[in-house]
Ligand binder design. Structure first.
Ligand SMILES: [Zn+2]
Length: 267
């Protein structure tokens, strides 16, 4: 009997080690870097940092902010970054002052408006970058239209139109055996030091977890800015093999998980 216990422990350890290496190159966790709104600092500061480290990220573009930088966005697409859709009007809750001033907001909008708005953005992005967005990020991470008993979710519209949708400001990573591709969860990486980002990742990790980070501007520290120094340190940390991360775009990780767990390939 005395040999049974150690053998079972060894077997258990072996199977747990195998099950942990879920992602390519025997990595245990997936991580994606994403940026919203097509802010100009993304092409001026963010993309050169990513390219220097040979890292591909996901960019959720809106035509308004792309204006004047279309050529840079085209080059970003050609360099292999994922180009995705973030609507044309960027509707969020109308409690935001910038939307109140325009008499706009998700509370007073409709599914048909959103459908049209998303299509408009898709056409602009396609014609200026040559890339066809397969993914979407909900502006402000909000997924509804209407008020009270009339509220509707626009998650089904995104599920019909794109391979996936990403929310924002969430509190959890994604479980590859459970998550809904129409609502991929993302943490904010704005305004954080490298130490804070590292702590966030370490806290969010669980077996096979897929961590998605989302930011806005790239530059010096600010409430909606990914600190450029923190970003470089973060990339170095993620790329260090001993930390066992697979770093890839949201579309690539979603597709990989979809193939591996669901036997589907929507690419
Ligand atoms: Zn946004």
């Amino acid at each position: 009997m005395k040999y049974i216990f150690p053998i079972s422990v060894a077997l258990c350890l072996f199977t747990s080690l195998v099950s942990h290496a879920f992602y390519p190159n025997k990595t245990k966790y997936a991580i994606s870097l994403s940026f919203d709104d097509a802010r100009k600092s993304q092409v001026d500061i963010g993309i050169p940092i990513l390219n220097k480290h040979d890292v591909k990220a996901t960019f959720y573009l809106m035509p308004y902010h792309m204006k004047g930088k279309e050529q840079q966005w085209k080059r970003a697409a050609e360099a292999g970054h994922e180009i995705a859709n973030h609507t044309a009007s960027h509707l969020c809750t109308g409690n935001f002052r910038w939307l109140r001033k325009q008499n706009k907001g998700l509370e007073q909008s409709s599914l048909s408006f959103l459908k049209h708005d998303i299509k408009q953005a898709q056409q602009y992005i396609e014609s200026h970058t040559g890339a066809t967005p397969k993914g979407f990020a909900y502006p402000c991470g909000q997924t509804f239209v209407g008020r009270g008993t009339e509220v509707k979710s626009y998650v089904p519209l995104i599920a019909e139109t794109f391979n996936y949708g990403r929310t924002w400001n969430d509190e959890t990573a994604n479980d590859p055996f459970y998550y809904d591709p129409a609502q991929i969860r993302a943490f904010s990486m704005d305004g954080k030091t490298f130490e804070q980002l590292k702590a966030l990742i370490e806290q969010a990790k669980f077996d096979n977890a897929w961590i998605v980070l989302a930011g806005h501007e790239v530059g010096d520290k600010g409430a909606y800015t990914v600190d450029h120094g923190a970003l470089q340190q973060l990339i170095e940390y993620i790329k260090d093999p001993k930390n066992e991360f697979w770093l890839a775009t949201v579309q690539d990780v979603n597709e990989y998980i979809n193939r591996k767990t669901r036997g589907n390939d929507k690419s």
